[in-house]
Design a protein around this ligand. Structure first.
Ligand code: COS
Length: 382
């Protein structure tokens, strides 16, 4: 639901202040400890951040895609690890349920997801099925009133905290591609489900990814999400939406880095003057600003298109491709503008440089976005 202008401004202002006053001061601490303090997580819950995209009926804020992206841009102005804490509840972990769940499934799980009491994870990727996500090998064999799941999912965000997994598994072994895949809502407590240790990563410390292992996990048939064989399409539609959300975070980080660069270039003196006066520094700022503006326009326009009920497979891929590559370039220029100070840890620039690297990989690599963009463009005839 689209918010009226005043409510939207209020929400954005609240999130902006929360980011500036509560999150930015502890960025380094969170990275050091690889954990977000519990009181901060409680504040996120109180602000409604876990339920940004969940229908009001189930306790969420029911934001339109455009409003969610505007909030996402604000959330991007700090370490992206903070957003990750509730990102799966807002996006890929819960949207399969929001879009394809039955009334009974929604009533059972969405209130807990909206409040942040239940953390959700999206379990698609496997050791042998990354970009080729239709190749999932995890099996779901129907046995009486339950599907029996076996297999391993890899790099699953928030798996260590999750109470509910949206799992894509092959329910028909005779169909090799996506058509043999179904989606399931799998509560963590089911016997046979185990979660590996969080991986050590390049960036975004405080956000966690783990393996999820299924050993004869009996999932009640009523937990299937959508029709049998529709799981791959569920995943693709969830990702179409998720890609717009990720784009908004990339824009927020880029805008944050730009502000940091402008402030630093105004203070840092070389050759007897602030480096902001040098045109070669200005050129980097100009390029970063232009690209951040372009990503903002593309993402918000695509979000509005989705809000009008139109398909955005191409637009979401284009926005994610452009915004994630853009923030990589902006972060690289930020290190350059900060010079030695950009390379050492004290200023946080090198941390953000590492944090943004994953945006070009998860929820579809840049190369997958290019494949999607080309296919869709050819389908549309240009
Ligand atoms: N929305 C709805 N349906 C979609 C869709 C979308 N965005 N994308 C594909 N489909 C449908 C197709 O229409 C097709 O349906 P039919 O069989 O009825 O014709 C079916 O799904 C299979 O599609 P396709 O043939 O395009 O599948 P491919 O195996 O060629 O792969 C890509 C498609 C590469 C685009 C897909 O595997 C992908 O996005 N991979 C990246 C996954 C990813 O983002 N992983 C990150 C992990 S989650 S953090």
């Amino acid at each position: 639901m689209a918010l009226d202008i005043d409510t939207r401004e209020q929400l954005i202002d609240t999130v902006r202040r929360f980011v500036a006053e509560r999150l930015r001061p502890i960025e380094a601490q969170v990275a050091e400890n690889d954990a977000i303090p519990d009181d901060i997580l409680a504040e996120m819950r109180a602000l409604g951040l876990y339920g940004l995209s969940i229908p009001e009926k189930y306790g969420g804020l029911d934001l339109s895609m455009e409003d969610e992206c505007l909030v996402g841009i604000e959330l991007g102005r700090t370490s992206p690890a903070f957003r990750s804490a509730f990102g799966t509840n807002v996006g890929i972990g819960a949207q399969g349920l929001v879009m394809f769940g039955t009334d009974a499934q929604k009533a059972k799980w969405l209130p807990g997801i909206a409040s942040g009491e239940t953390i959700t994870s999206f379990a698609l990727t496997e050791p042998e099925a990354g970009s080729d996500s239709a190749a999932v090998r995890t099996t779901a064999r129907l046995d009486g009133e339950a599907y029996v799941l076996n297999g391993t999912k890899r790099y699953i965000t928030n798996a260590n905290k999750a109470g509910l997994f949206t799992v894509m598994a092959r329910s028909n072994l005779d169909i090799k591609g996506g058509g043999g895949v179904s989606a399931f809502l799998v509560p963590r407590e089911l016997p046979g489900l185990s979660v590996g240790k969080p991986e050590k990563k390049m960036g975004q410390q405080g956000a966690h990814i783990c393996d999820v292992i299924f050993e004869n996990v009996r999932v009640p048939a009523e937990n299937r999400l959508g029709a049998e064989g529709e799981g791959f399409k569920v995943a693709m539609q969830v990702l179409d939406r998720g890609r717009l959300h990720i784009s908004s975070i990339c824009i927020g980080v880029a805008e944050r880095l730009l502000a940091d660069c402008v402030a630093y270039a105004g203070e840092r003196k070389q050759f007897g003057q602030a480096i902001a006066g040098f045109q070669l520094i200005q050129a980097m700022i100009a390029d970063s600003k232009t690209e951040a503006l372009a990503a903002r326009a593309l993402t918000l326009e695509s979000a509005r298109k989705r809000d009008r009920g139109e398909g955005v497979t191409l637009e979401a891929a284009a926005a994610k491709y452009y915004a994630s590559e853009m923030v990589g370039r902006v972060a690289d220029r930020a290190v350059q503008i900060f010079g030695g100070a950009g390379y050492v840890a004290d200023y946080g620039i090198e941390r953000l440089y590492r944090d943004v690297r994953i945006f070009r990989i998860y929820e579809g690599t840049s190369q997958i976005q290019q494949v999607v963009i080309a296919r869709e463009t050819m389908k549309r005839g240009g």
